[in-house]
Design a protein around this ligand. Structure first.
Ligand code: PGA
Length: 264
């Protein structure tokens, strides 16, 4: 059975004080609860330590939103994998569309970052997804397959047991326009199929890789999305900034887990 993961991408929001408040509120609500999905909080770099501290003793894991692929050196403004590990970070988002579109990340840097994360024992959440223009030109399947295959180049199939992928259609991010759940499910099976075929030996392991959906996930639509067989969780932006709303999405994840358990 694949992990169910609910990850909150706070983007460039929450000062240290705000991060502590939000993480503490979540910690209070989640402490001692059983049957939870894997909950991951991805604050900005400056709030990682505070978020980790406020989440201590809870099942909440901490993720970074980005990282450099070098260990150290003359890379002004960058943060390395060992620096993240030191702060208690266990997950890292790689190739988020905002990084690709606004900060010139390419399939190649995504691939290098994926390799670096795996090498350092961080769990990568690799993001792929098509733009509106690509969707309207019927290029969705080709684009997500290409991005996925490029990200995985040179990666050992064994990594499929650890890493996570997120399907995030660019047109759905921050727009309030969620991808229809059956369509998200369909694209995710295309991604899984790409993973299964990227290298000999990957076929059996691809079934173990959690693939999340992201893009305008909220308290209202999360249950329907998470009821889809291929959608193993959510990568949540705006709705992860409010404790109540994020907790409702976690609850939808909890229901998914319970129903998977009942079927197993
Ligand atoms: P959103 O963002 O939920 O605000 O659409 C999702 C993401 O960018 O990961």
């Amino acid at each position: 059975m694949r992990k169910t993961i609910i990850a909150g991408n706070w983007k460039m929001n929450n000062t240290r004080k705000e991060a502590r408040e939000l993480a503490s509120e979540l910690a209070k609500a989640l402490k001692g609860k059983s049957g939870l999905p894997e909950v991951v909080l991805c604050p900005p770099f400056t709030s990682l330590a505070d978020t980790a501290e406020a989440s201590k003793g809870t099942p909440v894991a901490i993720g970074a939103q980005n990282m450099d692929f070098h260990d150290s050196g003359a890379y002004t403004g960058e943060i390395s994998p060992p620096m993240l590990l030191e702060l208690g970070v266990t997950y890292v988002l790689i190739g988020h569309s905002e990084r690709r579109q606004l900060f010139a990340e390419t399939n190649q840097t995504v691939n290098l970052k994926l390799k670096a994360a795996l090498q350092h024992g961080l769990i990568p959440i690799v993001c792929v997804g098509e733009t509106l223009d690509e969707r309207e030109n019927n290029l969705t399947d080709a684009v997500v397959s290409r991005q996925t295959a490029a990200a995985f180049e040179g990666i050992e199939p064994d990594a499929l047991k650890t890493l996570v992928v997120a399907y995030e259609p660019v047109w759905a991010i921050g727009t309030g326009k969620v991808c229809e759940s059956a369509e998200a499910n369909r694209v995710i099976s295309i991604i899984r199929n790409t993973i299964a075929n990227y290298k000999p030996g990957a076929a059996n392991l691809a079934a173990q890789t959690p693939i999340l959906y992201g893009g305008s996930v909220n308290a209202k639509n999360s249950a329907e999305l998470l009821a889809q067989p291929e959608i193993d969780g959510g990568l949540v932006g705006g709705a992860s900034l409010k404790a109540d709303e994020f907790l409702s999405i976690i609850e939808a994840g909890q229901k998914r887990l319970a129903s998977l358990g009942a079927r197993a």
